[in-house]
Design a protein around this ligand. Structure first.
Ligand SMILES: NC(=O)c1ccc[n+]([C@@H]2O[C@H](COP(=O)([O-])OP(=O)(O)OC[C@H]3O[C@@H](n4cnc5c(N)ncnc54)[C@H](O)[C@@H]3O)[C@@H](O)[C@H]2O)c1
Length: 379
């Protein structure tokens, strides 16, 4: 485990609970926790039950008793750690976005594919049971030909002009560490989900904005230009002919993590809201029998995604009882281990995440030029 911050904790929880909930041939052993501050990483390791600590990630990569490396560090470190881990023959789990740029991500894909090591990127929202159910309904043909996808990820934590950039906790505001702002941090999730549900995004046009142009930098002590996108709105075309509308910002006062999407097809629609993550809203226009629902009973249906028949839910409680954010990481990990055990590796892997990276980069380029940009992602 490299990094003990937000994701270090979320993933450690998943490793600890995985074998309690999922029957697997392999058991997780929490071997090494790594971060640069020895005292802090020791406290983290003791709390979560890691056997030992390191302050240099290279030692983790070299360790013969480590099979899997989990990269939970800021985006500017992903490439170096992942390539070294692949060369050392380790399986790799990497946080999203895969890297800061496509140029940085491509050699990562090459490295894991050349080494033939199992790899996954933590686009964990695919493992929200309601979102996995949406994928199932779409694949069953229940919404028919898709026309529109709209998707938001709204926060409000950077509105204060006094907030500095850079350093621990605030690396997300520093373009050198993060690569981009809301596009790579938040929209990458929405793009991954959108392409999983609705296929490749082929062209984009975007408006990005940096509302606060300068902020003090924690590492240099100077007031410096802010290089990240504070907000990003884009429209897009999908390869299947449908249209997309995406919005993300850290300036939507009142919203902490309002992540929503809706997909409208000729025969039905699905809608999701992370604040009520146990529900999937479904409008069934044409039923699986081929008949349209009688108009006096037609309407949006709220599916409480807690039955044993629903994705992942047979591993948890009885129908009607919910699971939460942390379980998306347990579910992702279960898929990863099952993929290794069955030889049918799970997704999204590094190559899948590269496609999302390409869309992010096209969005950022369009934000600069004001032009439509092809993503290079194809069906
Ligand atoms: N999947 C998700 O929903 C999700 C959510 C949050 C963050 N993330 C991603 O996870 C990654 C980490 O984000 P976070 O919120 O956990 O950040 P964080 O700031 O909370 O934690 C980062 C950790 O990395 C450590 N670190 C930094 N440089 C290091 C180095 N050179 N060697 C070893 N340790 C180092 C820090 O000490 C800290 O423990 C980012 O790529 C981010 O985009 C994903």
């Amino acid at each position: 485990m490299i990094g003990y911050g937000f994701m270090g904790r979320a993933h450690s929880n998943a490793y600890k609970r995985l074998n309690d909930f999922f029957p697997l041939d392999h058991r997780v052993v929490l071997q090494v926790a790594c971060a640069r501050n020895a005292e802090k990483v020791k406290a983290f390791a003791d709390n979560w039950g890691y056997s030992r600590v390191e302050t240099d990630w290279k030692k983790v990569i070299e360790a013969p008793d480590v099979d899997v490396v989990d990269i939970c560090t800021p985006n500017d470190t992903h490439q170096e750690i992942a390539i070294a881990a692949a060369k050392a023959g380790k399986m790799i789990l990497c946080e999203k976005p895969l890297a800061r740029t496509v140029a940085e991500a491509e050699p990562m894909v090459e490295a894991v594919e050349k080494a033939g090591v199992a790899n996954m990127v933590w686009f964990n929202y695919r493992r929200v049971p309601a979102i996995t159910l949406a994928k199932q309904l779409i694949d069953e043909g229940r919404i028919g030909r898709p026309f529109h996808m709209r998707s938001n990820f709204l926060q409000d934590w950077t509105i204060s002009a006094d907030l500095p950039q850079g350093g621990a906790g605030l690396w997300r505001l520093d373009v050198a560490a993060a690569g981009s702002g809301v596009t790579g941090d938040l929209l990458a999730h929405n793009i991954d989900t959108a392409m999983w549900l609705n296929g490749p995004i082929t062209r984009v046009t975007a408006k990005t904005e940096t509302f606060i142009k300068e902020r003090p930098h924690v590492l240099t002590g100077k007031v410096e230009k802010v290089g990240i996108d504070d907000a990003c709105l884009f429209i897009c075309e999908f390869a299947n002919g449908s249209l997309g509308l995406f919005e993300s910002t850290r300036y939507a006062r009142g919203h902490k993590a309002l992540k929503t999407f809706e997909l409208n097809g000729a025969d039905g629609s699905v809608a999701f809201n992370l604040e009520e993550m146990e529900y999937l809203d479904f409008f069934e226009y044409k039923q699986s029998s081929g008949e349209t629902a009688e108009s006096h009973v037609r309407g949006w249906r709220r599916i409480h995604v807690t039955n044993g028949e629903h994705p992942y839910m047979d591993r948890y409680w009885v129908p009607g009882l919910v699971i939460g954010y942390e379980h998306t990481f347990i579910n992702a990990l279960a898929d990863f281990v099952r993929g290794i055990e069955s030889g049918k590796h799970t997704q999204p892997n590094f190559r899948d995440a590269l496609q999302t990276q390409k869309v992010c980069e096209a969005v950022l380029e369009s934000g600069k030029t004001g032009q439509w940009v092809s993503t290079g992602v194809s069906a």
